[in-house]
Write a protein that binds this ligand. Structure first.
Ligand SMILES: CC(=O)N[C@H]1[C@@H](OP(=O)(O)OP(=O)(O)OC[C@H]2O[C@@H](n3ccc(=O)[nH]c3=O)[C@H](O)[C@@H]2O)O[C@H](CO)[C@@H](O)[C@@H]1O
Ligand SMILES: C=C(OP(=O)(O)O)C(=O)O
Length: 416
């Protein structure tokens, strides 16, 4: 099994280009199932998760081609299967996003239950509540969810929590429903806006994405179209933390500044200097990293997907920090691994109390999930000696060419 080795590195310097967002690409690829024409998607990141969702689409009968490293051509004019099997679903939870499009397009869907994962149980009740409200009959059994409807009908749906996946799945199902669907307490993440923009480009009628109320007028047919995926705000944030933790000077380019406001605000609190310039952000790390408190929240709050990376940064800060995780109930798996490297962290319920130290030590550690893996790489950059990270398939789910991108900035990192 391959490992990533990170050695204590000099302050990182240079420019890094951010790839398209994983969390936009996945629902947009799933949404291509709604289209009867050809969809061309640009800036699709070269990631394991993207390969998996493409495999799911192919298994349903869609024609999916990677015409170049970051460009996909999807033709779902013929879909001859409405079942997404366990073998593919178990590789990635986000595969459940094909449920809404399949139901809308075929009137039927049979999709394996996604199951829990390292960061929490991650139920799908809100997705199912939405499908039911649109008129679908739902049956759950033998590890599968089956949904069927002669015709989906628009309805007003209130989400008890602004779930990203449920908002996306309901939005996709409602795009071809009869009449208007209103999602209240919808997720407001930039990836929701990107999905709505894509659906509108191929003939959909969606308003309000990016606010807590989304109105979807169902249309009869969705056609083909071309769309460029937005930049990955979490990849951008991870490199911004790399600049701060190594006390380096990095320009992150291809980033929407508005999407990383909370990350910028928190980095400034740690003392880092941030210079915004169009679609570029320069982060200059300072000698002294100030301790700060963080609470993860749905967008526009501080993203849970940046929690582990900031914990790595707080581990080498000048005082005591508190991080409260409110989005996932079990997203502290990286704590034990960071402690193996000398970090001083205590968990109390949903809070982590981090006492900064100036002495992290390289150690054999394992990536327990995607962002945990990123946090271990960041810690490895400043730890004495060598950090050997296993279970790196998690990292490959969401970071494209991470060793190459970091090496170009001067990091000592390689895969063996
Ligand atoms: C592919 C993708 O875009 N993944 C992102 C998406 O995941 P995902 O779409 O799975 O995250 P959700 O917003 O749905 O989950 C947030 C919270 O809501 C709960 N919940 C969710 C659905 C449901 O039916 N019932 C329920 O209780 C979850 O267990 C969790 O505690 O948003 C998360 C929160 O920003 C990010 O961390 C993930 O990177
Ligand atoms: C939790 C994440 O992704 P997923 O929802 O695909 O597991 C993530 O990107 O950090």
């Amino acid at each position: 099994m391959a490992k990533i080795i990170v050695e204590k590195s000099p302050p990182l310097k240079g420019t890094v280009r951010i790839s398209g967002a994983k969390n936009s690409a996945l629902p947009i690829i799933a949404a291509s199932l709604l289209s009867t024409g050809e969809c061309i998607l640009e800036d699709v990141p070269d990631l394991r998760d993207v390969d998996v969702i493409c495999e799911v689409l192919s298994s349903l009968g869609a024609d999916v081609k990677r015409v170049s490293r970051e460009k996909l051509q999807i033709n779902a004019s013929i879909i001859d299967n409405f079942e997404a099997p366990y073998e593919l679903m178990k590789k990635m939870r986000a595969s459940f996003l094909v449920m809404g499009p399949l139901l809308a397009r075929m009137g039927k869907a049979r999709v394996s239950m996604p199951g829990g994962c390292a960061i929490g149980t991650r139920p799908i009740d809100l997705h199912l509540k939405g499908f039911k409200a649109l008129g679908a009959e739902i049956e759950v059994g033998h590890g599968y969810v089956e949904a069927s409807a002669d015709k989906l009908k628009g309805e007003r749906i209130y989400l008890d929590f602004p779930s990203v996946g449920a908002t996306e799945n309901i939005m996709m199902a409602a795009a071809l429903a009869e009449g208007e669907t209103i999602i209240e307490n919808a997720a407001q993440e930039p990836e929701i806006v990107d999905l709505a923009n894509f659906l509108n480009k191929i003939g959909g009628d969606i308003k309000g994405a990016g606010t807590s109320t989304i109105k979807i007028k169902g249309v009869k047919t969705l056609y083909g179209g071309r769309h460029q995926i937005i930049p990955d705000r979490i990849e951008a944030g991870t490199f911004m933390v790399a600049a701060a933790i190594t006390k380096g000077d990095i320009i992150v380019e291809n980033v929407v500044v508005d999407h990383v406001k909370s990350i910028i605000a928190k980095l400034k609190e740690t003392g880092a200097e941030i210079i915004e310039d169009g679609d570029k952000i320069r982060v200059v790390g300072k000698k002294n990293i100030k301790s700060i408190d963080i609470k993860t929240m749905p967008y526009p709050g501080f993203p849970t997907d940046m929690q582990a990376q900031f914990m790595a940064l707080m581990s080498v800060s000048d005082g005591t920090s508190i991080i409260i995780e409110t989005v996932f109930e079990n997203r502290f798996m990286h704590v034990d691994e960071l402690k193996r490297m000398g970090a001083n962290i205590k968990i109390e319920g949903r809070s982590a109390i981090i006492q900064g130290t100036n002495k992290l030590m390289g150690a054999p550690v394992k990536a327990t999930d995607l962002r945990a893996g990123a946090a271990l790489i960041l810690s490895g950059l400043v730890a004495e000696g060598e950090t050997e990270i296993s279970n790196i398939f998690h990292i490959d789910r969401g970071y494209s060419n991470i060793e190459q991108k970091l090496s170009k900035l001067g990091a000592k990192i390689y895969r063996k």
